[in-house]
Design a protein around this ligand. Structure first.
Ligand code: NI
Length: 175
């Protein structure tokens, strides 16, 4: 199973809207397992198909949560196909990063609790409730399916400072 290349901001493909998945076959399962492998290797806690150049509505998430007692719990990944937030409540501020946005983290305000409807890799519908950190991961990854990066939720001044410094560093790298 290959590790997939993760597109990096400001790749324009990261701003595109992904399409609903209607075919549940081997190809989808292979993409899901490659995405999981890529996420775990990164390492990251979530990855959306458009981040690996596939404009399809699928995300993978890591459900294992490191704690003081268990700093490296065994990976517990999951794929969600066509995920959609059905209801949300409360708010929280969380320090986010993204595998497609290098060297940048920022606090983002998100819902505290979400209820997500999705399909599994065989097309069966299920709902999932999440709060706190897992609710943030779901909101962040589902945003990717609509071409939205966490940078879009960051204050515009901070975002433009990041973009400028990134372009400057890239230019230097090429010289
Ligand atoms: Ni991301």
């Amino acid at each position: 199973m290959p590790i997939l290349r993760i597109l990096k901001f400001p790749d324009p493909r990261l701003n595109e809207e992904s399409v609903l998945i209607e075919e549940f076959g081997e190809e989808l399962k292979t993409l899901a397992s490659d995405m999981i492998e890529t996420m775990v290797a990164a390492p990251g806690v979530g990855l959306a198909a458009p981040q690996v150049g596939k404009l399809l509505r699928m995300i993978v998430i890591e459900r294992a949560v490191p704690s003081e007692e268990d700093p490296q719990p065994p990976s517990d990944p999951m794929a969600l196909v066509n995920p959609e937030i059905m209801s949300a409540e409360g708010s929280q501020v969380f320090n986010e990063g993204c595998l497609s946005v290098e060297d940048f983290q920022s606090e983002v305000t998100r819902y505290m609790k979400v209820e997500v409807e999705a399909q599994d890799l065989d097309g069966n519908f299920f709902t999932m409730e999440a709060e706190g950190r897992m609710a943030v991961i779901l909101q962040h990854e589902i945003d990717h399916l609509d071409g939205v990066l966490f940078l879009n939720h960051v204050n515009p001044l901070k975002r433009s400072m990041y973009t400028k410094s990134l372009l400057k560093r890239r230019k230097k790298g090429r010289d």
